[in-house]
Design a protein around this ligand. Structure first.
Ligand code: GUN
Length: 299
């Protein structure tokens, strides 16, 4: 019987620790954890994600500030806001929701966020720390950090001898995911759209992680019997069976058929998704603790 990994429950356990840590920081040091989330434009999915992040930050007792900027915002205006937030002592974490409208350079904006406030873990300083295995002073991108926590709950801290295949090579997910797995001693392959015979590569994985953005691409015959499957995709597809014009969310993995082969699998929704928000909260309270010279370990 397949084990469906309950991301909501594991995320809730992270959030409990975040709440305790933020209350403690307030009580001991009089510091209220602050998170600023910036969204530019009117992409509905991005607004949904950002709303959830801001609400969760409030729920954690943070000073949660959301900047909702129009699509016409210029590079200079956005850069000026980041500069202001960098200098604001009440803000410990800054997140600029991606993607930005096409006329804006996201790379320049991301790199302008102070590394110690870069709760998305995308600044080159944090990327570099992860690459050299420094897990103590940097911040790790939230979705891979969340996926890694699910993997550790299943396989423990040490993945020696296990093969992991990550499908997808983005800066936001695939690359940091591969680094986390490597730091935990897994034997890691990063597969992508130019990989030959992708099903064959995937069949070699004890741990298979899909982050491609293609609905239900990973089929049962891509998966080794007994594998752990982590589905990072969130795709909205038509669902005429639910009525005219209705849609539903699916991952990058064909859940029903892959469940017949894998030992454990994350569902969509309710798997990696809730973990992303939980890890953002964790990164923010970790960043806040560091400002008073305290190293906080949440996961
Ligand atoms: N867009 C989709 N996922 C993310 C994320 O983790 N961080 C940011 N900043 N934007 C995103």
């Amino acid at each position: 019987m397949v084990q469906v990994i309950d991301g909501k429950q594991i995320a809730a356990s992270v959030i409990d620790k975040v709440k305790a840590a933020s209350a403690e920081l307030q009580a001991r040091n009089g510091v209220r954890t602050g998170l600023a989330v910036i969204i530019v434009g009117d992409d509905p999915a991005s607004h949904t994600y950002v709303g959830a992040k801001s609400r969760m930050a409030k729920d954690c007792g943070f000073n949660s500030v959301q900047y909702t900027l129009s699509t016409e915002t210029s590079q200079e205006e956005l850069a000026a806001l980041v500069t202001t937030l960098n200098a604001d002592e009440s803000i410990h974490g800054i997140l600029v929701q991606l993607p930005l409208p096409k006329h804006l350079s996201s790379e320049a904006i991301i790199q302008s966020i102070l590394p110690e406030k870069d709760v998305d873990g995308l600044n080159v300083v944090n990327v570099g720390k992860l690459a050299i295995g420094d897990m103590e002073t940097g911040l790790v991108s939230c979705t891979p950090a969340g996926a890694m926590l699910l993997i550790r709950r299943k396989h423990g801290e040490d993945l020696s001898g296990l093969t992991a295949v990550v499908i997808g090579r983005s800066n936001l997910f695939g690359k940091p995911m591969a680094q986390l797995l490597l730091n935990a001693n897994a034997t890691v392959t990063v597969a992508h759209s130019r990989t030959n015979n992708l099903p064959h590569v995937c069949r070699g994985a004890d741990i298979l992680i899909a982050a491609v953005g293609r609905p239900e691409m990973v089929k049962a015959d891509w998966v080794k019997r007994g594998a752990t499957v982590i589905d990072v995709g969130i795709n909205r597809i038509d669902a005429p069976e639910r009525g005219k014009g209705k849609t539903r969310l699916v991952g990058d993995v064909a859940f029903a058929e892959v469940s017949e082969v894998s030992e454990s699998i994350t569902p969509v929704p309710g798997g990696v998704g809730p973990m992303t928000i939980a890890m953002l909260m964790a990164n923010t309270v970790i960043a806040a603790h560091r400002t008073v010279g305290r190293a906080l370990k949440i996961f």
